[in-house]
Design a protein around this ligand. Structure first.
Ligand code: EPZ
Length: 422
């Protein structure tokens, strides 16, 4: 297992490239199974979750080629013959559950392992299953696997209102509905950029999805989705992560490249309360740390609200703010496994229910801390960047799932991070 050894105290100065979005790429990769021929997907990040999903898709007989230099994937389903996704792969990356909708939409049958939970608790898929049933799928369970069948090999389509709004369930239902026999309606659909990007790319290849970007999606089933190109979007969570890192490190001045600021939703407005220097360009975002760091409380919400995937990073920054603040997660109430680790570094944070109460400004001192999940890990790296002395962040394989060459990117703008293989 690898760890990071971080010497804290350096400001971040320079240019940081934003990679393609992990959470927008995975739906596009699953959508490749719906096409009549090879689909090329651009701007794919070199992340462990992408490699894992490549293998999940290959199990079906679909050809997947990853051009790591040009960061382009070819997904060619013409050899698709095996309609299953095995537990030993699905348990590694829960978005593999998208294979249920993709296989149902493509061949009318899917045998997909139920995903496990994750570091911070249960991750139910009831909305996925209820939604697929609403579209006409016959769902049964078999030894931890979901069996989904389309009557006569093709879903009739139907209507479903989801509560709460779910990104993953919206993706799965879209994948199942685009080639259904009839029309489908999804109410209270997720509006995250990952979903919008999937709709736009599918429509470009012949799908008929109406309402893109709204919570009411109407999908008129089509007989085929053509081969062609799908374009991935920049990673909005990586973007927000680096903006927060710059704001919390005095003397920082970074320019993010290849960004798509509109995908940040209300995050930008919330971020502007930090009184940093902030310049938004067409595909760049410049952040200069301010002379002070005011305490700003946040509550997570579905898009365009504050992303749950940025709450750990925000809480870490608030340990450096002048005054008290709270971070409340309404999406994942248990997503606070990073709090005990921040306390080990000297932060003054208490957590109760779905809220962290932070008292700044704490002088953080380097220590060994443990990663538990992707976004908790990056918040510990950020804490190490600001802490006095040396911080060890253990089990950085969590980071490698969702941040492309994080230590190289940060070291290129002044950080001092060494990856050590134990
Ligand atoms: C996606 O997960 C992201 N993952 C998560 O990012 C992100 O945190 C989450 O959306 C919320 O934005 C990917 O895109 C691969 P949800 P997903 O279904 O789709 C409840 C990261 O760090 N729910 O929108 O699983 C659920 O418990 C990851 O990159 C049900 O009750 O999230 C949660 O409270 C972590 N039943 C809420 O909906 C269901 O069937 C939103 O979850 C499904 C979800």
């Amino acid at each position: 297992m690898d760890k990071f050894v971080i010497q804290g105290g350096n400001p971040l100065k320079g240019t940081l490239p934003i990679s393609g979005s992990k959470n927008a790429a995975l739906p596009l990769m699953a959508a490749g199974l719906l096409a009549d021929g090879p689909v090329t997907i651009t701007n794919i990040p070199l992340l462990n979750d992408i490699y894992t999903f490549n293998n999940v898709i290959r199990v079906t007989g679909t050809r997947v080629e990853f051009d790591e230099i040009r960061k382009r994937l070819i997904v060619d389903p013409t050899g698709l013959y095996h309609y299953e996704s095995p537990y030993d792969l699905v348990r590694k990356m829960r978005a593999s559950f998208y294979m249920a909708g993709a296989l149902l939409g493509s061949v009318g049958y899917a045998r997909v392992s139920l995903p496990g939970g994750c570091a911070w608790g249960p991750r139910p898929v009831n909305l996925h299953l209820e939604g697929l049933q609403a579209l006409g799928a016959e769902i049964s369970m078999d030894q931890g696997y979901v069996i989904a069948k389309a009557p006569n090999g093709r879903l009739p389509g139907g209507s479903f209102e989801m509560n709460p709004s779910s990104v993953g369930a919206t993706v799965n239902l879209l994948l199942a509905a685009v080639r259904a026999r009839g029309t489908s309606v999804i109410r209270n659909a997720a509006m995250e950029p990952d979903v919008v990007n999937l709709c736009e790319n599918l429509n470009r290849l012949g799908a008929r999805i109406d309402g893109t970007g709204t919570s009411l999606l109407t999908i008129e089933g089509v007989d085929s989705i053509s081969s062609g190109e799908m374009d991935n979007i920049p990673d909005r969570i990586e973007t927000g992560t680096f903006m927060i890192a710059a704001a919390m490190l005095p003397g920082s001045d970074i320019t993010l490249k290849n960004t798509m600021e509109r995908d940040l939703g209300t995050f930008t407005e919330t971020f502007s309360k930090l009184q940093t220097g902030l310049e938004i360009g067409a595909d760049t975002i410049r952040v200069q740390s301010g002379n002070t760091l005011p305490s700003v409380s946040v509550e997570t919400a579905i898009y365009p609200g504050f992303p749950t995937d940025l709450q750990a990073q925000w809480a870490t920054m608030m340990t450096q703010a002048d005054g008290s603040s709270t971070v409340t997660d309404h999406i994942y109430p248990d997503r606070f496994s990073y709090v005990p680790e921040l306390i080990r570094l000297g932060a003054n944070v208490t957590q109760h229910d779905n809220q962290a109460d932070i008292i700044g400004k704490s002088l953080l001192k380097g220590a060994s801390v443990m990663s538990t999940d992707l976004r908790a890990s990056v918040s510990l790296v950020m804490a190490g960047l600001v802490a006095d002395g040396e911080t060890e962040v253990l089990r950085v394989y969590h980071l490698d799932r969702g941040y492309e060459t994080l230590e190289n990117k940060l070291n290129a703008v002044g950080a001092d991070i060494r990856r050590v293989t134990e």
